[in-house]
Design a protein around this ligand. Sequence first.
Ligand code: CA
Length: 239
Amino acid sequence: MEIGQATHVGRRRARNEDSLAVAEQPRRPDRGVLCAVADGMGGHAAGHVASRLAVETVVQSYFEAGGEARTALAAAVQQANLAVWREAGADPARQGMGTTLVCAALLGRRALLANVGDSRAYLVAGPVVRQLTRDHTWVADQVAQGRLSAEAAERHPYRNVLTRSLGELQEVEVDLFELELEPGAALLLCSDGLTRHVEPEAIRAVVVAEPPQRAAERLVALANERGGTDNVSVIVVRT
Ligand code: CA
């Protein structure tokens, strides 16, 4: 397995409020590798605090938790939510801070995914690129209900409004997915700074053409060439 990662502040923002991690624990080979991308929000640098805390907590908790990997991953995301929620409540300057989180636990060919918010996971397999996660946004709900087209959603003034995030409530609903990766398939995790500028087919083309580290760097560069309106983070895993 080969993993590449890249993150960049973009061309318009003063700070990078995304955080990412690729982690393994030699004492827990049964837990494989955990990859995570978080996109924080909140003023006064709180967004970075939220995303960093979420990523650190999910990694620590996943490798410490007992039970099966899927149960451990779900519990770890809840712990990350709780950590951000407590921090947001403890400091008035950090009130309202929150973060998205998308993570993938890689156990050989088996991949477990968890997400909250609008950071995404994609599967790239030859000619196919498929979004695995569902965005927890108001516009995604409207599209699902047939009230808005996907094209209109991308330009909608409410496109950034999340219906779920970490740190908002004491408990959070987490989407979990499980899949088998075919040999040569790639998994991609990203913040919306990528998907705002780079469409799925362009993501696919880069991921199939380059090794994971070069692909991650190329995708970040592409987002910046096309405007770089937001922080951008990418993890690419090739089996
Ligand atoms: Ca973002």
